[in-house]
Design a protein around this ligand. Structure first.
Ligand code: 1GP
Length: 248
C-alpha cells in the first residue's frame, strides 16, 4: 500500500501550514476545462486535487486521474461518492464514514461490501469522519445520502461528532456544507471543532472567495476544498491559493 500523503498532511498541520485542495467532479469538466484547471493549479502551487462527486454519471474518472498524473505532480486524492468511484491510478483514498448521519450503509455498510476491492487497489487509505453541515439548501449529497446535516448553528453537535470520530480512530475530519452550498460552514463552528480535536480538519462546500477560504483557515481548517466556484472561474484558483498560502 502506498503511504505518504497522510504523514504529509500531519506534518503540514504540525508546522501550522494550510493546504488548498481543488475538487474536480469528473462529470462537470470537459477536457479543455480539465487542462486549464491543471495548468492554473500548477502555477498556483495547489496542494492537492480531490477527485469525485456525490453522483458521478460518466465513466471518465480513470481518464481524469490519469490526465492529472501525466501533467503534474500535485497529489490526487479520491473523494468518492460511492465505492465504484475508485481507481488505483490515484495516490490516496478518503475512506469516508458519514458520521453526521445515521445511515448505517454510509457509516459501515458500503465499506464492508467494497473492502476487498479497496484493499486490492493499493491506494493509501485515509479514514475520514465526514460531517455534513447544513448549507442552507438541500444538496446532492444530503439527498443521496438520505441523512440530515448538522444544523449550522449547532456547534456543540459538530464538536461532539468530531471528537467521537477522532476517538474512534479516524484520521481526518471533513466538514462539508455540500457542493454548491448556499452558505459555507460558519467560522464559529470550525473554531469550536478545532478546539476539541487534534487531527487535521478539511473544510469545504460553498466557499466562493479567497477571503472566506482564509477566514476558515484562521478559524482552524487545515485544508480548504473548493469545487464549484473554481469550475466556473478557474482564475479563482490563484487568488484562493495565494490567500491560503499567505498564512504559511
Ligand atoms: C463538496 O466540499 C466540496 O463536497 C466542495 O464544495 O463545490 O461548493 O466548492 P463546492
Amino acid at each position: 500500500m502506498k503511504s505518504h500523503l497522510y504523514p504529509h498532511i500531519q506534518s503540514l498541520k504540525a508546522a501550522k501550514k494550510k493546504g488548498f485542495a481543488v475538487l474536480i467532479d469528473p462529470d462537470k469538466l470537459d477536457e479543455k476545462g480539465l487542462l486549464t484547471t491543471i495548468e492554473v493549479a500548477k502555477s498556483a502551487a495547489v496542494d492537492f486535487f480531490f477527485v469525485g462527486g456525490s453522483l458521478v454519471v460518466t465513466d471518465t474518472l480513470d481518464t481524469v486521474v490519469s490526465t492529472i498524473k501525466k501533467l503534474c505532480d500535485i497529489p490526487v486524492i479520491l473523494f468518492p461518492g460511492s465505492p465504484d468511484q475508485i481507481t488505483p491510478k490515484a495516490d490516496a483514498l478518503l475512506y469516508l464514514s458519514l458520521i453526521s448521519g445515521r445511515n448505517a450503509e454510509l457509516l459501515i455498510g458500503q465499506h464492508v461490501i467494497s473492502a476487498p476491492f479497496v484493499k486490492q487497489s493499493g491506494l493509501e487509505i485515509i479514514p475520514v469522519g465526514y460531517m455534513l453541515v447544513d448549507g442552507g439548501t438541500p444538496t446532492t449529497v444530503s439527498y443521496i445520502s438520505n441523512t440530515n446535516p448538522i444544523p449550522s448553528n449547532k456547534n456543540d453537535i459538530a464538536s461532539c461528532t468530531a471528537m467521537a470520530g477522532e476517538m474512534l480512530g479516524l484520521k481526518l475530519i471533513y466538514m462539508d456544507a455540500g457542493s454548491g452550498a448556499q452558505k459555507a460552514i460558519p467560522t464559529t463552528m470550525i473554531s469550536q471543532v478545532a478546539k476539541y480535536i487534534q487531527i487535521p480538519i478539511i473544510v469545504g462546500g460553498g466557499i466562493t472567495t479567497a477571503e472566506k477560504a482564509k477566514e476558515n483557515c484562521i478559524a482552524g481548517a487545515d485544508i480548504i476544498v473548493v469545487g464549484n466556484a473554481v469550475e466556473k472561474d478557474p482564475a479563482l484558483i490563484q487568488s484562493i491559493a495565494t490567500a491560503i498560502h499567505s498564512l504559511n
